[in-house]
Design a protein around this ligand. Structure first.
Ligand code: NFS
Ligand code: SF4
Length: 643
């Protein structure tokens, strides 16, 4: 086995990895090693299973077949495979958005549902955007109309997605001219699946085009609906202090870990965990209370709205079980490893699936229904409480590590954050960028992957960026990886930020790395970029801004979708490991080069996070130069000593 330090840079994780090795329990890293060597055709993207004349593969060395049985070449095969990942990622995030809209509908219609509308102001803004007449209407009535409008965007056949029109006018123009404007969320995903079925589209460029359109339907559609309606239902986040890492689990409490993605369930579990009867029962069984902790993006949702601690990221899910202190792990959808079923059996942990979309054989299923949200949530918490009695104290080993962080920054909050309560505005941010105190803004997002030591890419990249005066915004697992390293504390600016960024952070007590939410909240980054354009002085389009994106440790199909909507929105983006396109030379050239011509941005692939950070910085400098800001780097802006 590899040294734990080569599997994760987090010391809490390393302890649990070592424990697993002692107990001969295999973890994701062991399974990854057992999988070596992985299939080269798959890695290069040139294996096709779309029809039953295949499977076909193209010989990357040029000696064997260069096309499938039907004649599809490497570019068509790899492009189809790639965009089918986009379709799946867009489906996952957008279906999450749909479920939030349905929960909003439930909240509006059913006063007993347990849901409340916590941000009626944001609801009113969205209602106005949808052109709804709100005169004399009650909040539930407006909520019902907004939910129905949002749901209609999924099935819309013609026209344009409403939220896509939030983008700067010049971006909307690019999308219209290039045929990239999304019509309906489901429609773009279905069309993409049709287009890539056997014997349909063989033109890799045209395939990628529809891939971008479906991705945009997610970023400016499904994901944005998820973000906005979650804010309406559960409250818009505000900066909030919280803690993360395995040390948030408590030896003397019932520990319930909620893992997955959708806050429609986990928000209710928060309420249920405060239920006096359940608390009394927990005490009766010898626990001091009920401790709820999140994981992955469900964790992020609860962290940024409720300050609920997070027990970690994607690669921490097995490690949490390894503490022996988790009485129940409750999962909904996405990023849940099926192997948890076997692992939990080696401890007392009760694993519970809750979504009709995500079951695991032999695992207890307690289905969550929006109509009886609170009741189901109480049943779930009760399972954890009762299971506390089965915990074997001898086997409990909780690492001490936990780190403070601030989460809960939104595109709207940037106004107040920098502009102050009396003059909320993006002006100070734009000014800081124009004067060079902030060199640019980078979104570092995405997953973890056992191919890369856990956290090494995210943390090294973020540190290098802030050292060079780049303000970093983070979401998803990337956010929590940085959090474990202390980068989400205001003090991090003093230790790691360059002079210019440090000055800005110190003035307002802001961390140099801002946690803007879960992965659907990458939509917040799109809005923040739009606001920067609207504020003025940084160009006419998102593609003019000194900004860049990165996913240094990605693994999920959702990460590909995010990458494509970010690039199609005009933001240069670097992925750590390459997409599966290297076996298709023309397609490869398209994504790392020619996309720039089409949408004003492109991809790069660079596994070294420091090199990748400097590619992003070089891009920002190029954009600064084009804006005439290259003379205004911080050194020049700072007063010069004269003695
Ligand atoms: Ni995003 Fe969140 Fe994490 Fe990757 Fe999975 S939890 S939706 S997909 S692994 S960042
Ligand atoms: Fe092979 Fe073409 Fe069928 Fe793909 S679609 S499996 S390349 S015959």
């Amino acid at each position: 086995m590899k040294e734990p330090s080569r599997r994760s840079v987090d010391s809490a994780a390393q302890q649990m990895i070592a424990r697993a090795a002692e107990d001969q329990v295999d973890l994701v890293w062991d399974r990854y090693e057992a999988m070596q060597p992985q299939c080269g055709f798959g890695q290069l993207g040139i294996c096709c299973r779309i029809c039953h004349m295949g499977p076909c593969r193209v010989d990357p060395f040029g000696d064997g077949p260069q096309e499938g049985v039907c004649g599809a070449d490497a570019n068509a095969i790899a492009a189809r495979n790639l965009v089918r990942m986009i379709a799946a990622g867009a489906a996952a995030h957008s279906d999450h958005g749909r479920d939030v809209a349905l929960a909003l509908l439930e909240a509006a219609r059913n006063p007993d549902s347990g849901y409340k509308i916590r941000d009626p102001q944001k609801l009113a803004v969205i209602a106005q955007e949808y052109g709804l007449d709100t005169e004399g209407k009650s909040v539930p009535e407006i909520a019902e109309a907004v939910a129905q409008q949002a749901l209609a965007e999924f099935g819309q056949q013609e026209g344009e997605l409403k939220f896509a029109l939030r983008a700067p006018a010049s971006r909307v123009k690019v999308w219209r001219e290039r045929g990239l404007m999304p019509r309906g969320i489901d429609r773009e995903i279905v069309e993409l699946m049709h287009q890539t079925a056997m014997g349909v589209d063989a033109d890799y460029r045209n395939i990628i085009k529809q891939g971008m359109r479906a991705a945009l339907a997610d970023g400016w559609g499904g994901s944005m609906i998820a973000t906005d309606l979650q804010d309406v239902l559960f409250g818009s986040p505000q900066p909030i202090r919280a803690k993360t890492n395995l040390g948030v689990l408590k030896e003397d409490h019932v520990n319930i870990v909620v893992h997955g993605h959708e806050p429609v369930l986990s928000e209710m579990i928060v309420e249920a965990a405060r239920d006096s009867e359940l608390l009394a029962r927990a005490r009766e069984l010898g626990a001091d209370g009920i401790n709820l902790a999140g994981q992955c993006c469900t964790g992020n949702e609860l962290l940024m709205r409720k300050g609920i601690p997070s027990a970690g990221t994607f690669l921490h899910q097995e490690l949490a079980i390894m503490t022996g202190a988790v009485d129940a792990m409750v999962v909904d959808v996405q990023c849940v490893m099926p192997r948890l079923a076997e692992l939990t059996q080696r401890f007392h942990t009760q694993l519970l699936t809750t979504s009709r979309k995500a079951k695991i054989p032999h695992v207890q299923h307690l289905e969550f229904r929006e109509g009886q949200a609170l009741t189901t949530a109480k049943e779930i918490v009760s399972v954890g409480v009762e299971n506390f009695a089965n915990r074997n104290g001898q086997r409990v080993q909780i690492p001490a590590e936990q780190m403070d962080l601030i989460a809960g920054f939104t595109a709207e909050y940037v106004n107040t954050l920098l502009g102050g309560r009396f003059r909320p505005s993006y002006r100070p941010l734009n000014d800081a960028i124009m004067t060079g105190r902030i060199r640019g803004v980078a979104g570092v997002v995405g997953c973890e992957n056992p191919q890369v030591p856990q956290g090494s890419g995210h943390i090294a990249m973020s540190k290098e960026l802030i050292k060079n005066d780049v303000l970093v915004v983070v979401t998803g697992c990337s956010a929590l990886a940085d959090a474990r390293a202390g980068l989400l504390c205001p003090e991090a600016a003093l230790e790691w930020a360059g002079e210019g960024l440090k000055e800005v952070c110190e003035a307002i007590g802001m961390p140099p790395v801002l946690h803007v939410g879960s992965c659907v909240d990458n939509s917040r980054i799109l809005i923040a970029c739009t606001n920067m354009v609207t504020e003025g002085g940084l160009g006419e389009d998102i593609s003019d801004l000194p900004v860049a994106g990165a996913a240094p440790e990605w693994m999920s199909e959702k990460a590909i979708t995010i990458g494509y909507y970010v690039v199609a929105s005009g933001i240069y983006t670097v992925f750590g490991t390459p997409h599966n396109v290297l076996g298709a030379p023309d397609l490869h050239k398209l994504v790392v080069d020619e996309l720039e011509e089409m949408v004003g941005a492109r991809f790069d692939f660079e596994p070294d996070p420091i090199k990748a950070a400097h590619m992003m910085i070089a891009h920002m400098d190029k954009k600064r130069a084009a804006l005439g800001l290259d003379e205004m780097m911080y050194e020049q802006a700072a007063p010069v000593a004269t003695s």
